[in-house]
Write a protein that binds this ligand. Structure first.
Ligand code: GLU
Length: 357
């Protein structure tokens, strides 16, 4: 689903999940338009989805599914048209299959058709961790504003997939205590802090965080209610609802997932004066480094990871400051301010382009 190409080629992830719907994909495509505008990369928004349960598919089945899907959308995608990337349950291998299938239709290697590729296929250094790293840069700025000592903060993370697990790793490296996490099967809590590197190994071996030694089991919903400083929803949409928002104890919520908060829950969090860093800001790091990957592919000139991270930090801090200034100007929430900045950019581009014919 392509939402906008006013500011440049469409950009967004492809999601494999049993409950994907057309409405969900359409909503995420719109979110991508605003996200790209907020971090000011020259893209519009798109998202793709396949209704399937990738956990039940063999590698061969996943490859055939991906290649057939790519063939169906080959006329719509391309480096100047629409550039897919990983999302829920898709990864660098998925992107490699898309790149190969698309390249077969063009007759030559076309790495810039997708981002989030393996490094030896034109992927960018730092892309895998970019979503989480971008969120960390935003959290650093947010903690300064709140007067919260980031290095000593406690965190709960809902979701332990592409985004949540990397987020846990980076926060742990920063010295924060990650005290609760959940995945699609189970949740775990340890008030003294979870050993994240050991948990990552455990998840790779067993497929879940369930029964990780030294932790108490809790439900995925209860992870949201854990007493902590920072809450990171990094799973699916509509997780923070009117039913659980009242129980949230965190001072800051960093939306790494797309649309994890329902509008009603959002109002409740505003009343509770929780600082909600909206998805289009908190998860803007992924598409920012996707943009860097695309630029590197087109130039065929690749950057060191330090260069990627330095540029990412610049983009994220700038976006955060723009949101803060807009929030002050209009006396509104961080979410409203982020949308004001993003929609203004798309509106200006639309007006300046004008209508043809
Ligand atoms: N799933 C990513 C996101 O939602 C994809 C963005 C991209 O890199 O194109 O931000």
């Amino acid at each position: 689903m392509q939402h906008s190409n006013v500011r440049g080629p469409c950009k967004g992830g492809i999601r494999y999940h049993p409950s994907v719907t057309f409405d969900e994909v359409a909503a995420m495509a719109a979110v991508m338009t605003w996200k790209c505008a907020l971090v000011d990369v020259p893209f519009g928004g798109a998202t793709g989805g396949i209704v399937c349960d990738p956990k039940k598919l063999s590698r061969g089945e996943l490859e055939r599914l991906t290649r057939r899907y790519t063939y169906e959308i080959a006329a719509l995608i391309g480096p100047d048209q629409d550039i897919p990337a990983p999302d829920v349950n898709t990864d660098a291998q998925t992107m490699a299959w898309i790149m190969d299938t698309y390249s077969m239709t063009t007759g030559h290697a076309t790495p810039a058709v997708v981002t989030g590729k393996p490094m030896y296929l034109g992927g960018s250094a730092g892309r895998y961790e970019a979503g989480a790293r971008g969120c960390l840069f935003v959290l650093r700025e947010a903690c300064k504003l709140k007067g919260l000592d980031l290095a000593n903060a406690t965190v709960a993370i809902q979701g332990f997939g592409n985004s949540g697990s990397v987020m846990a790793k980076l926060l742990w490296k920063e010295g924060l205590k990650v005290i609760a996490v959940s995945d699609s099967k189970a949740g775990i809590v340890n008030k003294d802090g979870i050993d994240i590197p050991a948990l990552l190994r455990f998840k790779t071996e067993t497929g879940s965080v369930e029964a990780f030694p030294g932790c108490t089991p809790i439900s995925s919903a209860d992870v949201l209610k854990t007493a902590c400083d920072i809450l990171v929803p990094a799973a699916m949409e509509n997780q923070i609802t009117i039913e659980n928002a009242g129980y949230i104890k965190a001072q800051i919520i960093a939306e790494v997932a797309t649309s994890p908060t329902t509008p009603e829950a959002d109002l409740m969090l505003i009343r509770k004066e929780v600082m909600v860093l909206p998805d289009i800001l908190a998860s803007g790091g992924g598409v920012t480094v996707s943009y860097f990957e695309w630029v590197q592919d087109l130039q065929q000139l690749f950057w060191e990871e330090e260069e990627v991270n330095r540029r990412l930090e610049h983009v994220m801090v700038k976006a955060f400051r723009e949101v803060c200034e807009t929030r002050k100007k209009y006396d509104c929430t961080y979410r409203a301010a982020a949308y004001i900045v993003a929609i203004d950019r798309v509106a200006k581009a639309t007006i300046e382009r004008g209508l043809w014919p």
